[in-house]
Ligand binder design. Structure first.
Ligand code: F6P
Length: 474
């Protein structure tokens, strides 16, 4: 029963991303891409190609093929120098902060740029022999922007799609990057470029017009130097049924029961994010501290559990954030904890998906306050994980992509406004059951109409449409 191949039996699909889900006991710090794409691919007859997460001195290492969790994979290692320049350097010290509107954190170097281009070329070399004329190639995220260009250079004429999982910033931020015009030009090699939200779409369109003099042909189709491509928003989502099953199992599991025993009747607030400065956890801790200052009846009562698995540990900013959060967490507990109550449980590690979904289901409030986030799938996972008879309350930052779809049911906060977030937390903790149910239903309706399967189906259908139009106009 494969959703995509039923429709297009001869149409092969190659998905490409930097990181692929790890078969070595996924530790739970994989981010939205791995989760979303995995769910989509399990239903398709596709191959997923990417970095295997390992460092290897051999620049010519061949692809290893294996099956995992119902998906075929082809992966390869990269060298230490490539890891430093392509992954840590250009992807995570330059593009990541820039695309999250944080130019203050950009550490630009030409060496990083060279590594980025070199590894993208290497991806193209691995992919080229796998592509037949009817193979669709779907490239994911900021690590691989130039890949489409390199594939076209080796005369790959297949439909090429690209999806950006993180925000796309405004033109005036983008042009901080010395090579911003090249980067935008690489994107024009794809037939379809997908973004998370209408804001990201507007920003990319502006850039294409301002930097490359793109002609707007209507219906989201642009033309640059004779090449036509479409840009559109496809908010990524989750597998709702899968999330519900996992949450029920997780709650019943030994881990879920242990959490329950340790909390008792106290209300639980939860945050789950990779340890990343874009997630706003520092200000989130301050908002929680403010709640304990203001709402005396919550002392000895509310428990906040923040799960933050370490991420990108070679990047200086991440190491610094780690010690900042340790200090603030220690400060909050030192100030308010009592002999039988610890207000803040700060967990610097990941848990398996079932355990996390069980935690989400047991939490009265999810407090997700990124300073900027492409989507934030944890917000959607929290909603799907709830017990319909006793659902919890979602507090989501208005700077997360997910807030656009969930705003009619969630409490939408400004993560920079610490007093505001603290007030909202109080409101959430006091919210009556009827209101919680009503709000939850509104959010569930959204998730049920646009789940992960619609997401990949829509994207791939529009990719084919655009490719056909392009071939016809040549
Ligand atoms: O979802 C956004 C994302 O940046 C993915 O591209 C990435 O795989 C994930 O977060 C986790 O980050 P990393 O791969 O650097 O560990």
């Amino acid at each position: 029963g494969s959703l995509l191949s039923d429709k297009e039996p001869n149409n092969r699909l190659i998905v490409v991303s930097n990181r692929v889900p790890s078969p070595k006991g996924a530790g739970g710090n994989q981010g939205g891409l791995a989760v979303g794409v995995m769910n989509a691919l399990q239903k398709a007859d596709g191959l997923w190609l990417g970095w295997n997460g390992e460092i290897d001195g051999d620049n010519n290492a061949q692809l290893s093929h294996y099956d995992f969790d119902g998906v075929r994979f082809a992966t390869f290692p990269i060298t230490e120098h490539d890891h430093k320049t392509y992954y840590t350097g250009f992807s995570n010290e330059i593009l990541w902060p820039l695309f999250h509107y944080r130019p203050d954190k950009v550490e630009y170097s030409r060496e990083s740029l060279d590594g980025y281009l070199r590894v993208n070329q290497r991806f193209a070399r691995h992919i080229k022999p796998l592509v037949e004329p009817d193979t669709r190639v779907w490239v994911h995220d900021y690590h691989l922007i130039p890949l489409g260009y390199y594939l076209r250079q080796t005369s790959v004429d297949a439909p090429l799609g690209y999806f950006l999982h993180i925000p796309f910033p405004p033109w005036d931020v983008v042009r901080i990057l010395p090579e911003y015009e090249d980067l935008l030009r690489y994107l024009t090699s794809y037939d379809l470029i997908g973004l998370q939200t209408e804001i990201d779409l507007k920003n990319l369109r502006d850039c294409m017009v301002m930097a490359l003099d793109a002609r707007d042909l209507g219906d989201n189709v642009l033309e640059v130097e004779g090449r036509r491509f479409k840009i559109a928003a496809y908010p990524i989502s989750i597998d709702v049924n899968d999330a519900q099953d996992l949450a029920k199992k997780g709650e019943q599991s030994a881990t879920g029961q242990r959490l329950k025993r340790s909390i008792g009747d106290r209300p639980l607030v939860i945050g789950v994010d990779r340890l990343d400065y874009s997630k706003g956890v520092y200000k989130r801790f301050q908002a929680f501290e403010r709640l304990l200052e203001n709402a005396e009846h919550q002392r000895g009562n509310v428990v906040f559990i923040q799960i933050s698995p370490p991420s990108r540990t070679d990047v200086h900013e991440y190491a610094q954030l780690r010690s900042t959060l340790e200090r603030v967490a220690g400060h909050v507990n030192g100030r308010f904890a009592d002999y039988d109550w610890t207000p803040l449980r700060y967990l610097n590690r990941g848990y398996g998906r079932e355990a996390v979904f069980g935690f989400l289901r047991q939490s009265r409030v999810a407090l997700l306050t990124p300073l900027r986030d492409g989507m934030n799938l944890v917000a959607k996972e929290y909603v799907a994980a709830q017990d319909p008879e006793d659902p919890g309350v979602l507090i989501i930052s208005h700077l997360a992509g997910a807030s656009w779809e969930l705003k009619d049911g969630a409490l939408v906060c400004n993560p920079y406004d610490i007093d505001g977030v603290s007030d909202m937390l109080e409101q959430a903790l006091a919210m009556p059951l009827e209101e919680r149910k009503l709000r939850w239903r509104r959010m569930m309706d959204v998730l049920e109409t646009n789940d992960i399967h619609n997401w990949s189906q829509n994207f791939l259908a529009e990719l084919m449409e655009m490719k056909l139009a392009n071939s016809a106009s040549q």
